[in-house]
Design a protein around this ligand. Structure first.
Ligand code: DAH
Length: 431
């Protein structure tokens, strides 16, 4: 049985969505399973692939075996590291006792109740998609920052790990689905702190409207869609957060026009909940719906779950420690997480002269590749350019385990490896 929703790490505090704001700049900044009603859709010739948990180094996608070597290759057109390969197929959002699964189910419940089970739910579509699906089909401009190797994991020049669940919009539309929710793991190269992790989970929703829906309303199609969208999402926010104050903020996404973000006033702060808008007509035209309008949204599950369950660090979602996992159960939205203890952090500073090709995302990949989830934050603490035009950066790395105290010895060992690889791989000169 499939399930739904997502975003923007992009949106809640986790990360600014790459797609919001205007183009080129760091914008933002989100298998076939199908529910029973989905089965009635005529076109079954989908390339939507059924997703299976990887077995050791081989993944099974819709019966097709994908080995580690297909996804992680020593080749300049590939930037997928082993620690990312190991997350493929884990599908935290499909665990009913996990905060992400609990949240997903709460959102399903809202849609099932308010739309009489009309929304088809997908939660096991394969995260390995084409560049066309991830970007072209949703009108992401050729020069958009999200397409860069610095921001997205490329398997090869035509294939990526999806960076948002919007990657599935076009194909589902073409396959005849008109009300759907897609939940899935999404992948982005990014900085490291308590709200950013290179794998997170999004839910996407899309609803197609027909002339008979808006003709009697006295509104034009776009206004009707925007009004319907806002009503739906305000209801969803109340379902999840209770009676909270809300506001709509105009924004930009390549795939919608107009585009909005919904914010709620929660714990004395405005919190971005999701991105949404009226689907660009071009997307509908290209995918067999030229006479309709549609609305869509995307939301980040971690971002919302961190707030709803009081989870202080995004790495906890991946923890198998019973002291974390035993605190959540099916259907219990908003059970408050009780920290089992806070182990001391250890800080290590590292300074180097950068080269033109240096990026913080590349540094973070190196650190994560060595320290995994023992790294809590990588922060630029000093930055200057000398008279000769050489630029120096000093980064502070915070190491902290969620589960135990770390020894000086193991941290020193990690830091030495980090220094060595930073120098060898990033073309910088340590100071
Ligand atoms: N794909 C966007 C992101 O990852 C989120 C999003 C925004 C999805 C607006 C949508 C939408 O469907 O209409 O940041």
């Amino acid at each position: 049985m499939a399930m739904v929703i997502s975003s923007v790490h992009a949106t809640l505090f986790a990360r600014a969505s790459f797609f919001c704001q205007s183009n080129g700049l760091r914008i933002f900044r989100s298998c076939l399973p199908f529910s029973s009603s989905a089965a009635s859709v005529s076109n079954h010739n989908l390339s939507l692939k059924k997703w299976r948990q990887p077995v050791l180094s081989v993944l099974d996608i819709g019966g097709v075996k994908i080995s580690r070597e297909d996804v992680v290759r020593d080749d300049p057109t590939n930037n997928v590291p082993d620690n990312i390969f190991s997350k493929l197929g884990v599908q935290l959002h499909r665990r009913d006792h996990h905060p992400l699964g609990i949240l997903k189910n709460a959102i399903y419940e809202y849609f099932d109740t308010n739309y009489s089970n009309k929304f088809d739910k997908f939660d096991d579509l394969c995260p390995i998609v084409s560049v066309k699906e991830n970007f072209d089909d949703v009108l992401v401009p050729e020069d958009h920052v999200s397409r860069s190797y610095n921001d997205t994991y490329y398997v090869d020049p035509q294939t990526v790990l999806r960076c948002h669940t919007s990657a599935h919009q076009a194909e589902l539309l073409r396959s005849g689905y008109t009300n759907f929710l897609v939940t899935g793991d999404v992948y982005r190269r990014d900085s490291i702190d308590s709200t950013h992790y290179p794998v997170f989970h999004q839910m996407e929703g899309l609803r197609v409207l027909s002339p008979e829906d808006w003709e009697t309303s006295g509104m034009d199609a776009t206004l009707f869609a925007a009004t319907d969208l806002k009503k739906c999402l305000e209801g969803l926010a109340s379902h999840l957060f209770g009676a909270v104050e809300m506001r709509w903020v105009d924004t930009y996404f390549p795939f919608t026009n107009p585009s909005f973000e919904l914010e709620i006033y929660f714990k004395e702060k405005w919190l971005e909940v999701l991105g949404c808008g009226v689907t660009e007509q071009e997307i509908l035209k290209r995918n067999g719906k030229p006479n309709n309008v549609a609305w869509a949204f995307g939301l980040g599950l971690e971002r919302l779950a961190m707030v709803l369950f009081d989870i202080p660090d995004i790495r906890l979602f991946w923890s198998n420690d019973e002291r974390f996992t035993s605190q959540f159960s099916r259907g219990q939205l908003g059970a408050k997480f009780k920290p089992f203890s806070k182990y001391p952090p250890c800080y290590k500073d590292m300074s180097f002269w950068i080269s033109e090709s240096f990026t913080e995302n590349n540094l973070c990949e190196v650190v994560r590749g060595i320290a995994g989830d023992l790294v809590e934050e990588v922060q630029l603490i000093d930055n200057f350019t000398n008279k000769k035009g050489m630029t120096s950066h000093c980064y502070r790395i915070a190491y902290r385990s969620m589960e135990r105290s770390l020894t000086d010895e193991e941290i020193n060992d990690l830091q030495w490896k980090v220094r060595e690889q930073v120098e060898n791989k990033l073309n910088v000169v340590l100071r």
